[in-house]
Every structure is written in C-alpha cells, then in structure tokens.
Design a binder for this molecule. Structure first.
Ligand code: 5BU
Length: 256
C-alpha cells in the first residue's frame, strides 16, 4: 500500500495532489461535515475544528444567513488551518445546467470550493460540463459511487459504471464518495460518509460504520458530521476521530 504522500506524487490533478500531501503532512484523514445552519456556527466550527481536519465539507445552501463574507472568511480559515473546502452539492443534471449551477447563482461554488461532487446517474456529460468550469481553476470532482443510507439504489453495478466514468476523466475526477474501495488507481481518493464511533443510524435511514470499519473497507478520508458536531465537546470529539482515523491508516500501511 502506498502512503498518501506517495500517491500525491503520482496524481496530476492539483487538488488531489494537494489533499494527499496535506493529509500526510498534517497527519489527518478526517473530514468534518459542518452541517449547521448559521454563518456564525459554520465559522466557529471551521476555526475550532480546522486544526484537526484535512477537509471541511459544507452544504452551503442550508446556511440561513449566507453572504459573500462567509466565503471570504471560510477561505481565510482554510488558509490559516490548512484544510480544503468540499461543497457537497451533489450535482445531478445535464452538463449544460450543472455548469451554471457550479459557476453562477448566488453561491459561485467553482470560485471557492476546492472539491465538489456529482451523481453519475446523468451520464458522462455531467463530468464534461463541470470539468470545463472547474479544471481551469484547478478544482477536483468526486463521483457518488455508493451512498450510505438504507435502501440506496447505488448497487455494485452502478458503482462499477461510475468507476469507468471516472477512469475516462482522471484529469478532473479525484475520487469517490463510497463505502468501500472500488479501484486500484492510487489517484482516486475514497471519501466515506456515515461514520460514527458508536455504530447504528438515525431515524431517516442514515447508517453508520466505525472509523475502523470504514478505513478497513477502503476509506482514505472519513466524513463525520453529527458524531462530532452534536457532541457536548465537539473539539475533543474531533481529536478522538482524528486520532482513530490516523491510527487505522498507519496500522493498514504498516501491515502492507
Ligand atoms: P452525519 O451527521 O455524520 O450523518 O453526516 C453525514 C454527512 O455526509 C451529511 O452532510 C450528508 O449530507 C453526507 N452524506 C451522507 O451522509 N451519505 C452519503 O451517501 C453522501 C453524503 Br453522498
């Protein structure tokens, strides 16, 4: 098994390179799902938990009081604490429409999100459309190969077809949202949501695996939301997830 930084040297996409490099240098494979609905809470989480993470994942459209200053401040915090920003937009339309959703509207996602993601259900035109906007800015795209909730329609055949679409676009596609390793290409980064130290789920279908299970199944980056942000001490909890995620990576590396 290659280390994150060894993989970094093999990749051409600048965001993939930067992420894999920063994971090893900062010693973290933790992504925080910062699912809060006010600007103040989002900035507070980014500042307090920024030192522990490699990626801050946003749902920018759930912030009630969104304004452009939020983006400026998030970018400052990303620089200060050395993390990348991943807008979990889950694009799902035809190429022509997603270009506008990526670039225009009130969020201008392409201008600030190092990483975004798209469903493969729409076919390869969605990648071409997003790539025309994102690649000149050095951005990276994750494809949703496999979703975490109970009853998700993303079965093995869907995931494999998604991998084939990624293989045809390795300049822009930097990996997958997935519950397991799907490809041997070292430049694809597997990000896994649905991670919590206490397994189980929520009452809306979310299913959780422990960091250990997620990483042994192939996660490079563990995505944790409520496991951290709903804890009584989110910073202490983030440190726990960071330590656990890193220990699992180091153990896997030393076994190979
Ligand atoms: P949680 O609080 O750890 O359950 O949050 C999980 C986050 O990951 C949340 O922002 C979801 O939108 C996101 N997510 C997910 O849970 N499962 C998926 O398959 C995908 C995204 Br894709």
């Amino acid at each position: 098994m290659l280390s994150y930084s060894q993989r970094s040297t093999l990749c051409t996409n600048p965001t993939a390179k930067q992420l894999l490099y920063l994971m090893d240098s900062k010693q973290t494979n933790l992504c925080l799902a910062a699912d809060v609905t006010t600007k103040a809470e989002l900035l507070q989480l980014a500042d307090q938990i920024g030192p522990e993470i490699c990626v801050l994942k946003t749902h920018i459209d759930i912030v009630d009081d969104f304004d452009n200053d939020l983006i400026i401040q998030l970018q400052r915090l990303a620089e200060k604490h050395n993390f990348l920003i991943f807008e979990d937009r889950k694009f799902a339309d035809i190429g022509s429409t997603v270009q506008k959703q990526y670039q225009n509207g009130i969020y201008h996602i392409a201008d600030w999100a190092h990483i975004t993601n798209a469903h493969s259900v729409a076919g390869p035109g969605i990648i071409t459309g997003l790539k025309e906007i994102g690649l000149p800015k050095g951005r990276g795209l994750l494809l949703l190969a496999e979703m975490s909730p109970k009853g998700a329609l993303t079965d093995a055949s869907y995931a494999q077809k998604t991998v084939a679409m990624a293989e045809a676009n390795t300049d822009f596609v930097i990996g997958f949202i997935t519950q397991r390793k799907l490809s041997d290409n070292p430049c694809f980064i597997n990000m896994t949501p649905g991670v919590k130290i206490s397994q189980g789920g929520d009452d809306l279908g979310q299913q959780y695996n422990t960091p250990e299970k997620a990483i042994s199944a192939g996660a490079d980056v563990i995505i944790v939301g409520r496991g951290i942000i709903a804890a009584s001490d989110p910073v202490a909890e983030a440190k726990k997830y960071r330590a656990e995620g890193w220990a699992q990576y180091v153990a896997k590396l030393s076994k190979s």
